[in-house]
Design a protein around this ligand. Structure first.
Ligand SMILES: NC(=O)c1ccc[n+]([C@@H]2O[C@H](COP(=O)([O-])OP(=O)(O)OC[C@H]3O[C@@H](n4cnc5c(N)ncnc54)[C@H](OP(=O)(O)O)[C@@H]3O)[C@@H](O)[C@H]2O)c1
Length: 244
């Protein structure tokens, strides 16, 4: 799909990977909906930066843990920027909770944002893409989908579900819409990471370093732009971490 003149919605696009993806899609010529929850100032800066470079972007606030807010987000983006051609489900809850401190409600809260919101957005926007004859959905998963971390149980399960959702949607929305995933490994240092923890991650990563946002951005761009014959699959961007 050529990005020029297309409308893209990137969730969690105010910071980190989502921001880089949104800026890249805008640089490629897409109108970008920059979704955020709490990072209003950062989202505004992303929009300003895109506009300064001659691109088109609008920010939209929504708590993806709230089903009604998810539906309202999809409607608002369509009303403001036109039908969505590209959906990037990037926003995510990633909270370290060793089993002894994990509260049952955190399960629902994590799955709501990481799995149910992508499902709702894909259902609504993906059906419309199919009706128009073309569309791309890219879900940000994690190598933890296949190898769940013990201290991030709801997160790992949510990402495993997102992989299954990717594969199922690829069938359900075929042949018009391609649905794929990008599974980052140690791309950015965890927000709650420690020097010891980061060193341990690198010891288990053949590349011997953390990646960068551009590694993920290029994978997302590939899945959107290069071939309509790639669907239902996951591009792993992990410096070889999953080989262990
Ligand atoms: N970073 C990595 O190395 C890495 C590794 C593996 C997988 N991934 C995956 O790649 C994606 C991006 O990673 P990241 O590290 O850049 O993400 P992140 O910083 O952990 O989170 C991205 C955004 O998600 C939004 N978010 C959280 N809860 C939300 C809610 N209830 N409603 C709406 N938005 C919510 C936040 O928006 P606000 O700030 O506006 O509140 C946040 O900025 C994620 O899906 C992650 O699982 C990343």
């Amino acid at each position: 799909m050529n990005l020029a003149g297309r409308t893209a919605l990137v969730t969690g696009a105010a910071r980190r990977l989502g921001r880089a993806i949104a800026e890249d899609l805008a640089a490629g010529g897409a109108r970008v909906a920059v979704h955020y929850r709490g990072s209003a100032a950062e989202a505004a800066a992303v929009v300003d930066g895109i506009r300064d470079r001659g691109g088109e972007a609008v920010s939209f606030a929504a708590d993806l843990g709230d089903a009604r807010a998810v539906e309202a987000l999809a409607a608002a983006v369509g009303a403001r920027l036109g039908p969505v051609d590209i959906l990037v489900n990037n926003a995510s809850v990633f909270a370290r909770r060793p089993i002894d401190t994990l509260e049952p409600d955190e399960w629902d809260a994590t799955l709501a944002v990481n799995l149910t919101a992508p499902f709702r957005l894909a259902l609504r926007l993906g059906r419309a893409m199919r009706a128009r004859g073309a569309g791309k959905i890219v879900n940000l998963t994690d190598i933890a989908a296949a190898r769940p971390y013990g201290d991030y149980l709801p997160y790992g399960v949510s990402k495993a579900g997102l992989v299954a959702l990717t594969r199922g949607l690829a069938r359900a929305l075929a042949p018009a819409v391609q649905v794929n995933a990008v599974a980052p490994g140690p791309v950015l240092e965890p927000i709650d990471g420690t020097p010891e923890g980061n060193a341990a991650i690198l010891r288990r990563t053949p590349a011997g370093r953390f990646g960068g946002t551009s590694d993920v951005v290029r994978a997302v761009r590939f899945l959107i732009e290069s071939s309509d014959f790639v669907t239902g699959t996951t591009v792993v961007v992990d410096g070889g971490r999953a080989l262990e």
